[in-house]
Design a protein around this ligand. Structure first.
Ligand code: LRH
Ligand code: MN
Ligand code: MN
Length: 431
C-alpha cells in the first residue's frame, strides 16, 4: 500500500483553524443576511460543486522548449489517480477524473476502476489523442488525423476514438471529448471546405459508436499546432458541426482556446440558449493557450462565465448539467497544489455568481440603469466568499488550509521515495 494522507491527519490539521473559520463564517453570515442571503444554503450549494481533474495535469507539464520534472511525479495512470484522489481528499471539489488516451495506458479497466473506487473517484469525459503519433503507428498524423487527405489515416483516427469510447464505457464515463489540432501552416495547404467535410465524415462514424446515454464534446481551438488555419477553430464551426451531428454532440469551451479579448461569457450564453453547451476545460491565460491555473489571471472573466451558468441553471432547471473539467499545465508549481487551488477558484466563481441578486439585476436591466446593473454584478464579485469555501470543505471532510495541510503531510516527499524518477514519467506528453 502506498502512502495516503490519513483523514485523522487532515482533521487534526483543521483543529487549530476551525475557531477562526467559524468566526469569519459567522461575520460573513451576518453581512449576507442583511441582504437576505442564507449562508447555510450557499454553503450547501458550494458543497455540491464539482469539477473534474485532468489526469494529464497530475504530472509536470512543459513547453516545447523544456520540461522540468518535479520529484515524485506519477509514472502511470494508477499513480495519477492517487494524486487526483489526494486533490479531492483535501479540496472535496474534484470527485471525478478526465482520462486521456493513450497517455493513460489502461490494460485492465476493471482494476483501474477498483483503484478509482478506493479513492471514491469516478470518471468524467475521456479524451482522444490524434494530435501526435504513437510509437510504431501505421500511419502518420503529420498532415492531420480526422481530416487527413488519406482515408487510411482518417480510419486510424476514427478507430482510436471508438477505442476511447469502449474504454470509457468500461470505466463508467459518459462522454468523449474530441480535440484535433488538424489544420495548415500555409495558405493553399488545405482546401478549407474540404477539410471540414472530411472532419464531419469522420465525426459521423464516431457519433455512430456512441452509446445512447453518451455525448461527444467537440472542442475548438483558435490555433496551435496549426498556425495559419485550424479546422475547428471557433465556436461557430463547432456549433455548426454539433448541429449536423445530432443531439448527442455538443460544444466544449476551453477558456484558453479563443482569440485575445474574446467575450467568452457571451459564447457561453449563446451555446446555452441553443442547447449546445457541453461543458468546460477551465484554465487561465494571458496570451494564448497558456493553460495557467484557473482564476490566476482573470478571475472576473471566470465570474462572468459563472454568472451565465447560474442564469442558465435558473432558466433550464435540473436538465442543465454541463461538464466541468480543469485542463491545465503546471510547469513551475507542484501539480497537486495547482489543481487544488484551481478547483477552489472555479468553486469561488460559482459561489460568487450565486450571490448575484437576479431580481434586482433584471429590474436595473429593464429600466436601463446601467450603472446599478453593473454594480449589482460587481458587488457579488467583490464579496470575499472564502469562509464559505473553507467551511464547505471542512464540513465535507477536506482541509481548511489545503496547501499547508498537503505540505505538512509530507505527501510529495513520500512519493519521491515511492516513485523514483523514470524516463517514462508522464507529464502532458507535449514537450
Ligand atoms: C488542446 C487541449 C485539448 C487536449 C489537451 C491536452 O490544447 O486543450 O483539450 O486534449 O489540451
Ligand atoms: Mn482543452
Ligand atoms: Mn488547450
Amino acid at each position: 500500500m502506498t502512502f495516503r494522507i490519513s483523514d485523522d491527519f487532515v482533521q487534526s490539521h483543521n483543529q487549530s483553524r476551525v475557531a477562526d473559520l467559524q468566526s469569519d463564517f459567522d461575520a460573513l453570515g451576518s453581512k449576507l443576511a442583511r441582504n437576505g442571503v442564507d449562508i447555510e444554503a450557499l454553503t450547501l450549494r458550494a458543497q455540491g460543486f464539482a469539477v473534474a481533474t485532468p489526469s494529464w495535469g497530475a504530472g509536470t507539464g512543459g513547453t516545447r522548449f523544456a520540461r522540468f520534472p518535479g520529484v515524485g511525479e506519477p509514472r502511470n495512470v494508477f499513480e495519477k489517480l492517487d494524486d487526483c484522489g489526494t486533490v479531492n481528499q483535501l479540496s472535496q471539489a474534484t470527485p471525478t477524473v478526465s482520462l486521456h488516451f493513450p497517455w493513460d495506458k489502461v490494460s485492465d479497466a476493471k482494476e483501474l476502476k477498483q483503484h478509482a473506487d478506493s479513492w471514491k473517484l469516478g470518471f468524467d469525459a475521456v479524451n482522444s489523442n490524434t494530435f501526435q503519433n504513437q510509437p510504431n503507428q501505421a500511419e502518420s498524423y503529420k498532415f492531420g488525423s480526422l481530416t487527413n487527405q488519406s482515408a487510411a489515416v482518417r480510419d486510424l483516427a476514427v478507430a482510436h476514438n471508438i477505442e476511447c469510447i469502449e474504454l470509457g464505457k468500461a470505466l463508467g464515463s459518459k462522454a468523449l471529448t474530441v480535440w484535433v489540432g488538424d489544420g495548415g501552416n500555409f495558405p493553399g495547404q488545405l482546401n478549407l471546405r474540404g477539410a471540414l467535410e472530411r472532419y464531419l465524415d469522420s465525426l459521423k462514424q464516431i457519433y455512430q459508436a456512441l452509446p445512447d446515454d453518451w455525448q461527444v464534446f467537440l472542442e475548438h481551438k483558435l490555433f496551435e499546432p496549426a498556425f495559419y488555419t485550424t479546422v475547428i477553430a471557433d465556436w461557430g464551426t463547432s456549433f455548426a458541426c454539433a448541429q449536423q451531428l445530432g443531439d448527442k454532440a455538443k460544444c466544449l469551451v476551453d477558456l484558453g482556446h479563443h482569440a485575445p479579448n474574446t467575450n467568452i461569457e457571451m459564447i457561453v450564453a449563446r451555446l446555452v440558449q441553443f442547447g449546445k453547451l457541453a461543458g468546460f476545460h477551465f484554465n487561465d491565460s494571458k496570451y494564448g493557450d497558456d493553460d495557467l491555473d484557473s482564476g490566476s489571471i482573470n478571475p472576473f472573466q471566470l465570474f462572468l462565465i459563472f454568472n451565465e451558468l447560474v442564469d442558465a441553471e435558473i432558466r433550464e432547471g435540473s436538465s442543465f448539467n454541463p461538464a466541468y473539467m480543469l485542463d491545465q499545465s503546471h510547469n513551475v508549481t507542484d501539480p497537486i497544489e495547482s489543481l487544488m487551488g484551481s478547483a477552489i477558484e472555479v468553486q469561488r466563481a460559482f459561489v460568487q455568481a450565486s450571490l448575484v441578486d437576479r431580481d434586482q439585476l433584471a429590474a436595473y436591466q429593464a429600466s436601463n440603469d446601467v450603472m446599478m446593473a453593473a454594480r449589482t454584478l460587481r458587488r457579488a464579485f467583490q464579496t470575499d466568499v472564502t469562509p464559505i469555501l473553507d467551511m464547505a470543505r471542512f464540513r465535507s471532510g477536506g482541509a481548511i488550509d489545503m496547501i499547508n495541510c498537503y505540505r505538512e503531510s509530507g505527501y510529495r516527499q513520500q512519493k519521491a521515495e515511492e516513485r523514483p524518477a523514470s524516463k517514462n514519467a508522464s507529464g502532458s506528453g507535449i514537450v
